[in-house]
Design a protein around this ligand. Structure first.
Ligand SMILES: [Zn+2]
Length: 319
């Protein structure tokens, strides 16, 4: 019999089952999620025995060409000023065109030479940039084909966080945390591997968002069955506290994709189909003006704290 207990707060009263279908590839397989009446957390009740077929080719991009030298110079110059180094030129570049990760990197307190672990790194696209900027980065991902290292010197290991022994100044879950079946064990392990003063950065979709309430099962970031846990700000805070961490900072960072991809699902256009705006901007049904409108709405929702994703920066109390 299905347990009706919330895996985060333990509440059983008033919880309900909701159905969502697989719409990224368009198999339309149906999955049950338990929604907690107390903390709002959504949890996939029975994950498929083999999730492999649901991760279509291209979900992860594993091939990696070297970052051109001029780009490496740009990353180093622009980002190292955020990490306690750099020059007036870097500060100026950062101000003129801040990198897409600057809003959370600037809140981590990381310094040049610090060790960073990216959990669920894929090909390491983010940490390759951070390595160029002067951090010592490692990526782990159980779905990597083999152990390797990138041309910039980032070590990529086919490994699970539970087997990790080294300590780090920051541990990143960059849209990987919603995929794991055991979020509590993952966060507890991450907390145990932190250097004093270090932090865990978790970027996840949020189900206490306008997009979830408006689009329901057509919400793009529900992404059944790949997203096994869909947190609310409340349920994530509770889990972090149970794992000995305190959420220091929450940064709402949703984008226009919450609108156009969900609108496509409403019209039965699957994300990976040829007609999707994700693959064919010219033939898609959205005008440039509409996309601009979606961007404005996303910005406004972020200001209101109702966007469909956020970055959480978590620390051990007292560290
Ligand atoms: Zn709950």
């Amino acid at each position: 019999m299905t347990s009706m207990r919330c895996i985060v707060c333990g509440n059983e009263a008033g919880n309900r089952l909701l159905q969502a279908r697989e719409k990224m590839n368009g198999t339309l397989d149906s999955f049950d999620y338990l929604q907690c009446a107390a903390c709002g957390h959504l949890h996939l009740v029975v994950p498929p025995t083999d999730l492999g077929p649901y991760y279509a080719k291209g979900y992860y991009s594993f091939h990696s060409r070297a970052i051109p030298a001029w780009r490496q110079w740009l990353y180093r110059t622009r980002t190292s000023s955020m990490l306690g180094g750099g020059s007036w030129l870097g500060k100026m570049l950062e101000r003129i065109k801040p990198p897409y990760y600057s809003y959370w990197l600037g809140k981590t307190g990381l310094r040049l030479g610090n060790r960073v672990l990216d959990v669920g790194s894929g090909a390491g696209n983010l940490i390759r940039i951070l390595q160029c900027a002067g951090l010592e980065c490692t990526g782990i991902d159980p779905y990597l084909p083999e152990n390797s290292s990138t041309p910039e010197g980032v070590e990529l290991r086919k490994a699970d966080l539970m087997d990790e022994r080294k300590t780090y100044h920051a541990i990143l879950f960059n849209h990987s945390f919603e995929h794991v079946p055991n979020p509590r064990e993952m966060l507890q392990t991450a907390a145990s591997l932190l250097e004093p003063g270090g932090c865990v950065v978790v970027r996840i979709p949020l189900s206490d968002s306008f997009a979830f309430f408006h689009y329901g099962a057509d919400w793009f970031q529900w992404d059944a069955p790949r997203h096994q846990n869909l947190f609310t700000k409340n349920s994530f805070r509770q889990l972090a506290e149970q794992c000995g961490l305190r959420v220091d900072t929450v940064l709402d960072d949703s984008s226009d994709i919450q609108f156009w991809a969900s609108e496509q699902y409403r019209r039965n256009i699957f994300h990976n189909s040829k007609e999707s705006y994700a693959h064919n901007e010219r033939q898609a049904t959205f005008s440039k003006r509409q996309i601009q409108e979606f961007k404005r709405w996303a910005k406004w929702l972020n200001q209101m704290g109702a966007g469909d994703q956020a970055a959480f920066i978590c620390r051990k109390p007292g560290s």
